[in-house]
Every structure is written in C-alpha cells, then in structure tokens.
Design a binder for this molecule. Structure first.
Ligand code: TGC
Ligand code: FAD
Length: 388
C-alpha cells in the first residue's frame, strides 16, 4: 500500500488497526476504484456496494457490538475514513452520514426500541439513513431553522424543507431536526410516510458520485415513538452539533486519504514524465511542490493522530474544528498542486486528481464551512463570539 509516513506515525498502530487499515485500502482498490469514473460521470452512487460496506464494518464502527457496531477506537475509525476518502469523498460521505449522522444520534439520543430496531439494519447496510439539518435559508446558521413539529393526536406533525441532504432520496430513514415549541428536537421519518418527499438534486460539479437531495415535509405525521426521546431539555442545537463533531472528526482523517491519492498520482507522474531531457521530478520547482505537499500531509497526519487520542478521552468541539479546517484546506491545496504537476493531463478523468479537487470544494463547505471553523477558532482564542 502506498503511504507517506515521514514521522513514522503509522508504526504506532496496533495489529488490529493495521489490519483494519489494510483491509479497507484493499476493498477500495478492488471493489470501488474500478467503478468510480463511471459513477462520477453519471452522477450516481454504487448502491450495490452498500451491503458490502456494512459487511466490511465501515458503517458505524464506533457503535457498540450489541447494536451491530464494532466498538472501535477513534484511530481505527479514522483510518477507515482515510481509506474510503482515498477512493472518493462521496464514498466517505456515505459512511459518515450513515455512521456519524444517523447511527450516532439514534444510539446517543434514541430509545432502546429505536436502537434495537434501526442500528443493526443500518450497520449492515440493509437500511440507509440521511440527516436533515440544513434548510434552503439556513445553512451555516441551523439555529434559525423554520422546520416545525407540532404535537398532534397521532404523534407529531412536521412541516418544512431541508436541502443538500446526502443520501436523501435513497434513504429508508431520515433523522429530521425540527423545532417543537421553540426547542430543536430530532425525529425519525421513515420512507413512504405520507407528506414526506425526497427529490434528487442534479447538476453538481462536486461530489458527483454521491446522492444529494431536497426533502419536503408537508403535514407529515410521525408517531410518538419516532421522536428521539433522550435529548435533555434545553439542549437546543447541541444535539445535532454533537453529531457533526463525529462526522467532522471523520473528515479530518478522510482529507488525508484524498491528499494521499493526489500526492502519489503526482509523484508517479513526475517520475515518468520527461521534459527538457529529464524527468520533471528532477526539476527543482516540481521537487519544491512535492516537498510542500509532503510537509502539509505530515502536519495533517500529526493532527489526526493526536485528535484520535483526545477523542478516546475527551475532545472539545474546537479541537475537531481545528483539524477539519486545516486538513481539508491541506487536501485542496495538495490537489491543486498535483493538478499543476500533471499539466494538461491533470484535467482528465483518467487520473483521480480533478475529481478529488472538485469533491473537496464540497468538503470545504459542508460540516461547517472553512470560514465558520475559522470563527469557531476565533471565538476560542479571543473569547468573543463573531456569530452574535
Ligand atoms: P452555539 O451557541 O455556539 O452552540 C450551542 C451549544 O452547542 C454547543 N456546541 C457543540 N456541542 C457539541 N458539538 C459541537 N460541535 C458543538 N458546537 C457547539 C455549545 O457549546 C453550546 O452549548 P451551551 O451548553 O453553551 O448551550 O450555537 P450557535 O447557534 O451560535 O452556532 C454556532 C455555529 C455557527 C458554530 C454552528 O451553528 C455551526 O457549527 N454551524 C455550521 C453548520 C453545519 O456544520 N452544518 C452541517 C450540516 S450536516 C452536513 O453538512 C453533512 S455533510 C454530509 C457528510 O458528512 O458527508
Ligand atoms: P451559507 O451558510 O449561506 O454560507 C455562504 C457563505 O457565507 C459561506 O462562504 C459561509 O462561510 C459564509 N458565511 C455564513 N455565515 C457567516 C458568518 N457568520 N461570518 C462569515 N461568513 C459567513 N446538510 C445536511 O444537513 N445534511 C447533509 O447530509 C448535507 N450534505 C451535503 C452535501 C453536499 C454536496 C453539500 C454541498 C452540502 C451538504 N449539506 C448537508 C449542507 C452543508 O452543511 C451546507 O451547505 C453548509 O453548512 C453551508 O451552508 P450554505 O450552503 O447554506 O451556505
């Protein structure tokens, strides 16, 4: 397996972690990469691979075994995300949404019945989930959401619209965040519930191998058993934000995978492409680019390894923001530099670079934009809140 490990960080991995890392890598190489160009061109996701993703243990790996997970440590979880995103950000997104944004809230805030009913099915990939927080008019500021829940005779009636929802139109279950008497609560909305509609969004230049949808809830009635009950009163946005922390952590590792893909592609190309009578890798400016990439990737790896240790003990959301922000920026800059090294060939889908570069424009935006994470850090440093 190609890796970049100048600081010998991966030598710290346990045998189990190494095995998980290598197995994920092999799976992506053999089963996913041969199909990605087709799916990227067609704007489709390889849905037939979903049960396999479950079988391999990529869906909700940190969920306890009694609910179908593997109770893995944070470093093993990170390595899975790294290798999935080395394939494509859309593949990592699928696993992030299923594990961090659907299984995690059900596990953390759901009833025992909800956990027993949904978690094993989601872990095995027999059922697909989505997470509806963002709305057409409320992206960076989800607290302003206008989706409403009202207590009704048969349970709760939901009204509102969600936008940019990964897996929305292929999902069997949607975790919908809505305000009930002014308080943000989570609801499980099953596919086929009258008044619930999911429409696939087409025309994305980024994350093309991932399904993104709009959700419409119009007088949509869910039963009383479909509210996530274990969400302490007054938590407000804290509950959905706690899910985002799980997914942002995965992105911090995933971005390294994307950067490794573009770095190795550029390195191999530079070693073989002859200009002015020698491999371009022998020209100083190309070496400078490769050195910059290697240095930035190493920096990101150090952050991810340290963040994994913190996450297994106690991690603060700001620590997650720092790594998501840094590592995605690192990956997009690495991809841009790699694209330059390939010259004209860099824009062709015969190579993975342009696909990663386009994907990373989304990764830079979702789960909190780069600038929102800058302001989260700014607040931590100055003690002053730029959002209010
Ligand atoms: P604020 O007052 O800062 O926070 C409210 C309460 O929540 C606490 N908190 C968190 N808790 C857990 N995890 C986090 N990450 C947390 N961040 C904040 C906070 O301490 C506070 O608690 P308390 O006890 O003091 O009340 O809330 P705010 O309304 O000012 O919002 C701040 C802001 C802008 C940082 C937040 O709204 C934000 O993060 N916005 C970005 C929105 C976002 O990331 N959306 C993502 C949607 S999902 C998605 O993109 C999925 S992509 C699919 C894929 O991953 O593939
Ligand atoms: P806006 O919030 O309108 O931001 C526009 C610009 O203004 C950005 O540059 C932003 O940084 C800036 N800005 C906003 N507020 C401030 C401020 N206070 N100070 C300075 N600058 C500011 N959401 C889900 O809920 N579930 C999903 O599964 C999901 N999947 C997604 C998949 C894709 C492909 C994409 C593109 C998005 C997805 N999202 C999902 C939504 C994503 O989280 C939002 O796009 C993101 O939070 C930004 O919201 P917005 O697009 O409305 O941009």
């Amino acid at each position: 397996m190609k890796n970049l490990d100048i600081y010998q960080l991966y030598e710290k991995l346990s045998e189990e972690e190494k095995q998980i890392w290598e197995t994920t890598h092999r799976f992506v190489e053999k089963e996913f990469l041969p199909q990605i160009t087709h799916h990227h061109r067609e704007e489709t996701f390889p849905i037939e691979l979903i049960p396999k993703l479950g079988e391999m243990g990529f869906l909700g790996p940190q969920i306890p075994e009694e609910y179908g997970g593997q109770n893995l440590g944070s470093r093993a979880y990170g390595l899975i995300m790294q290798e999935l995103e080395r394939g494509d950000s859309g593949l990592r997104s699928f696993a992030s949404v299923q594990g961090a944004l659907v299984m995690y809230p059900i596990w953390r805030y759901g009833s025992e019945e909800q956990k027993k009913k949904w978690l094993p099915l989601l872990a095995s990939g027999q059922k697909i989930g989505c997470f509806g927080l963002t709305e057409p008019d409320h992206g960076s500021n989800p607290n302003g959401m206008t989706t409403r829940a009202q207590k009704s005779e048969h349970g709760y009636t939901l009204n509102g619209n969600k936008m940019w929802i990964t897996n929305g139109s292929i999902a069997d279950i949607a975790v919908i965040w809505a305000k009930l008497d002014g308080e943000i609560r989570g609801f499980l909305v099953e596919k086929g519930t009258p008044g619930f509609k999911a429409t696939t969004m087409k025309g994305k230049f980024s994350l093309r191998a991932s399904i993104t949808s709009e959700l419409n809830l119009s007088e949509c009635v869910v039963s009383s058993e479909n509210i996530l009950p274990n969400l302490p009163e007054g938590q407000g946005l804290k509950a959905p934000l706690s899910c985002l922390s799980q997914a942002r952590y995965g992105i911090a590792w995933g971005a390294i995978g994307s950067a490794l893909a573009t770095f190795h592609c550029a390195l191999e190309y530079a070693q073989n492409r002859i200009q002015f009578g020698k491999p371009i890798a022998q020209h100083q400016i190309i070496q400078a680019r490769l050195a910059e990439m290697a240095s930035d990737i190493t920096h990101a790896q150090l952050m991810a390894f340290q963040l994994a240790e913190l996450k297994d003990k106690k991690v603060h959301p700001t620590q997650v923001s720092l790594a998501k922000r840094n590592n995605v920026k690192m990956a997009i800059e690495t991809a841009r530099s790699a694209r330059t090294i390939l010259g004209g060939n860099g824009i062709m889908d015969e190579y993975p670079i342009m696909r990663h570069l386009m994907n990373l424009e989304t990764v830079l935006t979702y789960e909190g934009t780069h600038d929102i994470h800058t302001l989260i850090l700014g607040q931590h440093i100055t003690g002053l809140n730029a959002f209010s």
